[in-house]
Design a protein around this ligand. Structure first.
Ligand SMILES: C[S@@+](CC[C@H](N)C(=O)[O-])C[C@H]1O[C@@H](n2cnc3c(N)ncnc32)[C@H](O)[C@@H]1O
Length: 242
C-alpha cells in the first residue's frame, strides 16, 4: 500500500478527513451526549405532561447530529469538530437556553402549556410541519450542494466550488438557510413558547438577511452573470428576504 492509498477510502475518491481537525475523543463524546439526549427524550414523550418539550430536545439533538453526519458523509473534506454546529456563536446558545428555560418555567406556572385546546393543537401541528420541512430542506441542501457547501462562508473561490442550481436549489436559492430558519421557528411553535418564538424569528431573520447579502456579494464575484441570472429567477423562501 503506498502513501496515497493509505489515506484514501476504497469506496470513494475522497481522502480521509484531516485527523488534526477531527479530534476523535471530542467527536465521540459529542455524539454520545446527543444520543443520550435523544434516548432520554423518546420514552419521555409517552408520559410527558407536555410533549412539546421532549419533542424539542429530540429535534435539537437530531439537528446537531445531522449537521455533522451529513457533512462527514457528503462533504468529508470539510468535516471537523465544528460541523456539529454546537459552537454556533453565543447568541445561538443564549437563544436555545432561553427557549429551554421559558418552556420549563411556563410548564410549571401557566395553563396554556397543554394540547387541550383547538388553538394549541393547531400551533403545535404547524410547528411539527415547519420543523420537519425545515430539517428535510436543510439536510437535502447540504447533500445537493456537496463539496460546494461549507459551514463557513468561503471568502475566496475554491477550485472545486461549482454553482449549484439543481435539485432543491430550483425552489430556493438558499435552501439550507430556508431550512434552518423554518426548523428553528417550528421548534418554538411546538414548545408553545411565545417569547422565544418572537426572539428566534426576529434574530434569525436579521441574521440570515445580513448573511445572504454578504454571501451573495461573494457568489456574484465568483460566478458573475450565472449567479445574477439564478438570483433573478429563484427566491429564498423566507418572507421579506429577496
Ligand atoms: C452555509 S453554506 C450555505 C449555502 C446556501 N446559502 C444555502 O442556504 O443552501 C455557505 C457556502 O455555500 C456557498 N454557496 C451558496 N450558494 C451556493 C450555490 N448555489 N452553489 C454553490 N455554492 C453556494 C457559499 O459560497 C458559501 O461558501
Amino acid at each position: 500500500m503506498n502513501d496515497n492509498e493509505s489515506v484514501t477510502s476504497s469506496k470513494t475518491d475522497y481522502p480521509y478527513p484531516d485527523i488534526k481537525e477531527n479530534p476523535l475523543d471530542e467527536i465521540s463524546i459529542t455524539s454520545y451526549i446527543l444520543g443520550t439526549v435523544l434516548g432520554i427524550s423518546v420514552p419521555w414523550l409517552i408520559n410527558a405532561k407536555f410533549v412539546g418539550f421532549p419533542l424539542y430536545l429530540i429535534s435539537l439533538s437530531a439537528f446537531h447530529f445531522l449537521e455533522f453526519y451529513v457533512t462527514a458523509k457528503f462533504n468529508p473534506l470539510k468535516v471537523d469538530s465544528n460541523s456539529f454546529l454546537l459552537r454556533n456563536g453565543s447568541g445561538y446558545s443564549a437563544a436555545q437556553l432561553l427557549a429551554i428555560c421559558e418552556c420549563l418555567i411556563e410548564m410549571q406556572f401557566f395553563s396554556f402549556k397543554s394540547l387541550s385546546t383547538f388553538h394549541t393543537k393547531l400551533i403545535f401541528g404547524l410547528g411539527v410541519c415547519l420543523l420537519v420541512v425545515g430539517q428535510v430542506a436543510r439536510s437535502t441542501a447540504m447533500i445537493t450542494c456537496g463539496r460546494s457547501f461549507s459551514h463557513r462562508i468561503m471568502q475566496e473561490k475554491q477550485d472545486d466550488h461549482q454553482l449549484v442550481t439543481k435539485g432543491i436549489y430550483q425552489y430556493s436559492r438558499h435552501p439550507s438557510y430556508f431550512g434552518f430558519f423554518w426548523w428553528a421557528v417550528g421548534t418554538q411553535l411546538i414548545c408553545l413558547n411565545p417569547i422565544s418564538f418572537i426572539v428566534f424569528t426576529v434574530v434569525l431573520w436579521s441574521f440570515f438577511k445580513k448573511r445572504i447579502q454578504h454571501e451573495e456579494q461573494l457568489l456574484i464575484k465568483f460566478f458573475g452573470k450565472e449567479y445574477l441570472d439564478f438570483k433573478e429567477t429563484v427566491g429564498v423562501g423566507i418572507p421579506g428576504i429577496h
